[in-house]
Design a binder for this molecule. Structure first.
Ligand code: ZN
Length: 129
């Protein structure tokens, strides 16, 4: 399964101290998932999970740690893949697809897989080198 994780620095919701944890993105049943686990020395542990694009703070950590990738594919199928993988509206998907989609490796690999499954060639490139 496709999965990327990065160290995450957050703030404890109980005592307000700085604490560290893991930000993670992965694919489940052809959909994007994210998780954020934080543990504080005060004993508080929190884990947030969700579907679709991760909250910005989670994505930023993963992009910083693992780099940005760009989807190389064309056609209406790209928009459809973005909508179904990330659970976006048409307008949101159009915005994301406008300049060719770039994001985390987990996101772009999932899109490439969905596009290929529709019979359209797709590749991905590292975008930030
Ligand atoms: Zn705490």
């Amino acid at each position: 399964m496709e999965r990327q994780a990065a160290r995450f620095e957050g703030t404890c919701g109980t005592c307000g101290a700085a604490c560290t944890g893991w930000a993670e993105q992965f694919v489940e049943k052809d959909g994007l998932r994210w998780a954020l686990d934080l543990e504080c020395t005060c004993g508080t542990a929190s884990c947030d999970r969700g579907r679709g694009t991760a909250q910005a703070a989670v994505r930023e950590e993963i992009l910083a740690r693992h780099g940005t990738y760009r989807l190389q594919a064309e056609g209406a199928v790209v928009l459809k893949a973005i909508r179904s993988a990330f659970g976006l509206s048409i307008a949101e998907a159009q915005r994301a697809a406008r300049a060719g989609y770039s994001g985390t490796l987990v996101e772009v690999r999932l899109l490439a897989e969905l596009v290929r499954r529709a019979g359209v060639p797709a590749a991905l490139d590292r975008d930030d080198q």
